[in-house]
Every structure is written in C-alpha cells, then in structure tokens.
Write a protein of this length. Structure first.
Length: 208
C-alpha cells in the first residue's frame, strides 16, 4: 500500500526502504502501548496517514539538504525522509522525552547515521548557535498552526531556506497570513489513497 500510494505521487520506494518503514511501524505500535505516541494504530491507517503522507514530501527536498522536522512526534515525516533519502541530514525535534527516546531508538536500530532526534522545545533550540540558520528546509506535520510554524521555523533557516507545512484542512486566512511575510508561498494539493485531501504549503524565503 505504501509503495502504491507513493507511486501515485511519483515517488519510488525500494523494498529495503519498505522493510525499514515496516520496522518503524512495528516499533511504534510496541512503544505506543506504554507511551501514547500516536492516535493512529491500525495498520492501514498508519500506512496511509503516516507513511504515504510523509513520502509525499520527498520530491520537494533538495539533494543533500539539511532538514529540521519540528514537532516530529512518532517520526513523521522525519524517519521516512531519512529512510528514503540517505543523501540528506535530518534533525527531528520534540518536547516529549519519551517520543525522542523512541525516535533515537529507531534511528539506532535502522542505522540511520544521517538522522538524529533532539529533546527540546523548538523555540529554545532556535536560539542555539549550533542550529540557528543551519538548515535548508524546515518541515512540520500536524504540529501547530501555519503562522506559528513559520515563526518557529524562521530562525533555523539559512538565507535561501524554505518551509514545508503538511496540512489537511487549510484556510485561505492561514495562507494569506504567511504569504508575503518572509516567504513566497505555493500550495501543492494531493489526495491520499483513502481519499483524504492534503496540502503541502511550500514557502521559499524571500527576505528577513
């Protein structure tokens, strides 16, 4: 289902990558029994709403990019990105220590040496010179409102950096709030295999 759904969006997933995603899913179900990491636990729901949705981002990630995933939760989109794109660096940030422990467990077990997870509030990490201004892309999926995400993401970005917010419901007011602020915004709409409508809000930094 993941391979078919990804293929509909022009993304090819190899068998070893599918196996890695299956491991991620199995570990998520196991850890979720104790730590309540995700509300989506049925196999089909996880495949579509977590993994297929995450890989929709792949065509928008530049070669060799440094990507920060803000509010990564169970590792979406960060872990699937790291699995499918070994050329990029992925830093996942979450304020939940238990979720970060889970993410780093998956990173170790999958040998994703180009990925890591950090336990921190996003606004605190943004003030750390080690991370401020160091990323080509900031991504977020079901983390916060669009305007708030832009405010949180901006300090992490390089001068030519871009944001990608993965959204379901998307109001015109949200887009207007962001468009023309520090980003030129484009909306990429798509449907998941279950019919859910989704949107990528892609913002390329234009000033600030």
């Amino acid at each position: 289902m993941i391979a078919r759904g990804a293929g509909q969006m022009g993304v090819r997933i190899e068998k070893d990558q599918l196996d890695a995603m299956a491991f991620h899913a199995a570990e998520l179900i196991k850890w979720n029994k104790k730590f309540n990491i995700t509300a989506i636990t049925d196999p089909v729901g996880m495949a579509v709403k977590h993994f297929v949705d995450s890989v929709a981002l792949i065509p928008w990630v530049p070669q060799g990019a440094a990507v920060v995933d803000l509010g990564s939760g169970g590792g979406f989109p960060g872990i699937p990105l790291a699995i499918c794109r070994p050329d990029i660096r992925v830093v996942m940030v979450d304020a939940s220590r238990k979720k970060v422990s889970f993410l780093n467990h998956v990173v170790r077990m999958e040998n994703l040496s180009h990925a890591t997870a950090l336990h921190s509030r996003v606004e605190i990490l943004a003030g750390d010179d080690k991370y401020a201004g160091k990323f080509d892309m900031a991504v977020s999926r079901a983390f916060t409102g669009l305007g708030r995400f832009v405010d949180l993401a901006l300090p992490f970005l390089s001068s030519q950096g871009k944001i990608v917010a993965m959204k379901g419901d998307l109001s015109t007011e949200e887009v207007e709030e962001v468009d023309g602020s520090c980003f030129d915004v484009d909306i990429k709409r798509y449907c998941l295999p279950n019919g859910d409508r989704r949107a990528l809000v892609v913002g390329v930094r234009s000033c600030c």
